[in-house]
Design a binder for this molecule. Structure first.
Ligand SMILES: [Mg+2]
Length: 188
């Protein structure tokens, strides 16, 4: 099978990593519970920032957010390795900006993700991911953003959501932990 994956907040815990960076940089201690209750992707409101200030903060911190020690989710690397070893094709489709694509790929490889260079795509907008997914004829695609999975509703790909506090209203199938993915695929 051909299986595609988003990266940020699907395979790696990027928002929480950014949350820790913001706490340190802004010297504001926000309880983690507030982070876990957020119902939007952006985290800046926890620090009293407007959307514009939050946007600036994100862009100013991007280097640190992307390339320091952001932890992968438990079981993500192992699961992808097992799937690849079983002969499945693993694709990565991230909307990270073009200028960060190759560095992100190297960072992911260093972390231990199994990556084939020709199956790593970046630099598109969220709503353009559908074009890649269609072109690649993926069987499954996993992402944390409901809006992206909704663009796939007319396609033959089976969308699968990675659970997050901001996506609980999405009605389709979801995984809470990466250890669930292989069971999900087996039961299809
Ligand atoms: Mg994501």
């Amino acid at each position: 099978m051909k299986i595609g994956f988003d990266i940020d907040d699907t395979l790696i815990n990027l928002r929480e990593h950014a949350f820790e960076i913001y706490k340190r940089k802004l010297n504001i201690d926000v309880p983690s519970e507030q982070f876990y209750e957020l119902n939007r992707v952006e985290i800046h409101e926890l620090f009293g920032l407007t959307d514009e200030q939050g946007n600036n903060m994100w862009n100013r911190s991007l280097e640190e957010i992307y390339y320091t020690e952001c932890p992968p989710y438990d079981g993500a690397i192992e699961t992808l390795k097992e799937l690849m070893a079983e002969g499945h094709e693993i694709y990565y489709i991230t909307a990270r900006p073009k200028e960060h694509g190759e560095r992100t790929k190297e960072w992911m490889k260093k972390k231990g993700f199994p990556i084939e260079d020709t199956r790593f795509f970046y630099g598109m907008q969220d709503h353009e991911k559908v074009n890649f997914i269609k072109e690649l004829q993926l069987d499954y695609y996993v992402d944390d953003k409901p809006a992206i999975l909704e663009t796939l509703s007319q396609e033959s790909v089976q969308p699968l959501l990675k659970d997050q506090s901001y996506n609980r209203n999405y009605p389709g199938p979801r995984i809470f932990h990466w250890y669930e993915l292989k069971t999900f695929l087996k039961n299809k």
